[in-house]
Design a protein. Structure first.
Length: 274
């Protein structure tokens, strides 16, 4: 029997009731682990989104990330959104402009926008830094949240915004606010699996928290991988691999019959060094 996962209506009903947990994952193993751990929501970007990932995610509500820049026109986003919906996506991250958000929402696609630090547009807010630390900047985020709501968005990633600002935005807006470095007042706490597992590639954001040290485990596994490959190479060179247990036998009489038929057709070649 298929597992039941939350709908948009279910997620909305939890606003103000309890905080949701959310992870960005890239592999079926990570998705399955998140599902087994009871994580509420997953973020999976389009290149990794597949039937296999949907199955691995189980009862998790999945936001499929539609890649800004690779998709350009509203039609691009609509086609990608419907394709992701067909694969079982529950909501769709869209960093495009409001006309695109509105067009997707009008077609019934649950859209998640972005507020605060928006990596693809951070040049306008001073680079990779907190946004909303002045009253004017905080009001701009509020205006953007209202615009997303008016366009029909379901939620918004709220990234690197002062915690008190984030809490007020969350309390005053019906949008589901997915907080990344936005304090405990957001509707959901959103981290990348690689940060949680302690194997961050590149910059590790201030709000990241590691619960395991997978980087050390990966380093250990790499040493073991090299050692195993070296032993295999040495066995091949020494003639220790393959052994009798790795080969298929043929009865002597069958082999002799094979040679008797083969020799007139293809005389054996003398191999140098043997």
């Amino acid at each position: 029997m298929p597992q039941t996962r939350p709908t948009v209506a279910d997620i909305r009903a939890l606003k103000g009731v309890r905080q949701l947990s959310m992870l960005y994952v890239e592999t079926p193993e990570e998705a399955a682990a998140a599902a087994a751990a009871g994580i509420d929501m997953l973020s999976i970007i389009a290149p990794f989104w597949s039937d296999e990932m949907r199955a691995a995610a189980g009862p998790c509500f999945v936001q499929v990330g539609l890649l800004y820049g690779e998709l350009v026109t509203t039609e691009d986003y609509l086609r990608a959104g419907f394709a992701a919906l067909k694969t079982g996506g529950d909501a769709f991250y869209c960093a495009a402009g409001l006309p695109t958000v509105r067009a997707m929402a009008e077609e019934g696609l649950p859209v998640v926008g972005h507020l605060g630090l928006i990596p693809s547009r951070c040049t306008w807010t001073g680079g990779f830094r907190a946004v909303g630390k002045t009253a004017d900047a905080a009001m701009q985020i509020w205006a953007q949240a209202q615009a997303l709501e008016e366009a029909g968005a379901f939620g918004a990633e709220l990234e690197v915004v002062p915690d008190r600002v984030a809490a007020e935005l969350t309390r005053r807006s019906p949008l589901i606010m997915l907080g990344m470095g936005a304090g405990s007042g957001a509707d959901a706490q959103y981290l990348f699996a690689e940060d949680v597992l302690g194997c961050t590639r590149g910059h590790r954001p201030r709000h990241a928290r590691s619960y395991r040290d997978f980087s050390a485990e990966y380093a250990r596994l790499q040493k073991e991988r090299i050692a195993a490959f070296s032993e295999f190479r040495a066995d091949v060179a020494a003639g220790a691999y393959p052994g009798p247990e790795h080969t298929v036998a043929i009865a002597d009489e069958e082999f002799d019959a094979f040679l008797a038929r083969l020799d007139p057709l293809a005389p054996a070649q003398k191999l140098s060094g043997r």
